[in-house]
Design a protein around this ligand. Structure first.
Ligand SMILES: C[C@H](O)[C@H](O)[C@H]1CNC2=NC(N)=NC(=O)C2=N1
Length: 102
């Protein structure tokens, strides 16, 4: 399904709102690394995000080793960033804070 890509100003606004996220070099994704107290906390966070991803039909690209989770958000159907990435990033920030990640 076609999804509208964010404009340049919208991308900049999103990054300003989410200071812990970085724009990927190619400008097509935002990235964030999170560290939790331990693996169980990290995986519990990932479980919460996975449930939200399935509910919103918008899924992260992520890597986990022990207490570290590296997340990349992009919208494949838009070949870049869309509002869905912003929405999921905001959810991730809330879930990370609840798991007291840094
Ligand atoms: C068929 C299904 O609705 C689509 O493939 C969804 C699934 N999850 C998705 N996740 C992300 N990150 N981008 C998409 O374009 C996307 N599309």
């Amino acid at each position: 399904m076609a999804v509208t890509r964010l404009t340049q100003p919208e991308c900049e606004a999103l990054l300003a709102e989410l200071p812990a996220w970085r724009l990927r070099e190619d400008g097509l994704a935002i990235e964030r690394t999170l560290r939790f107290a331990d693996f169980n906390t990290a995986f519990g966070f990932m479980t919460r995000v996975a449930i939200e991803a399935e509910k919103s039909d918008h899924h992260p690209e992520w890597f986990n080793v022990y207490n570290r989770v590296e997340i990349t958000l992009t919208t494949h159907d838009a070949d870049g960033l869309s509002a869905r990435d912003g929405k999921l990033a905001r959810f991730i920030e809330t879930a990370a804070a609840a798991a007291s990640a840094g």
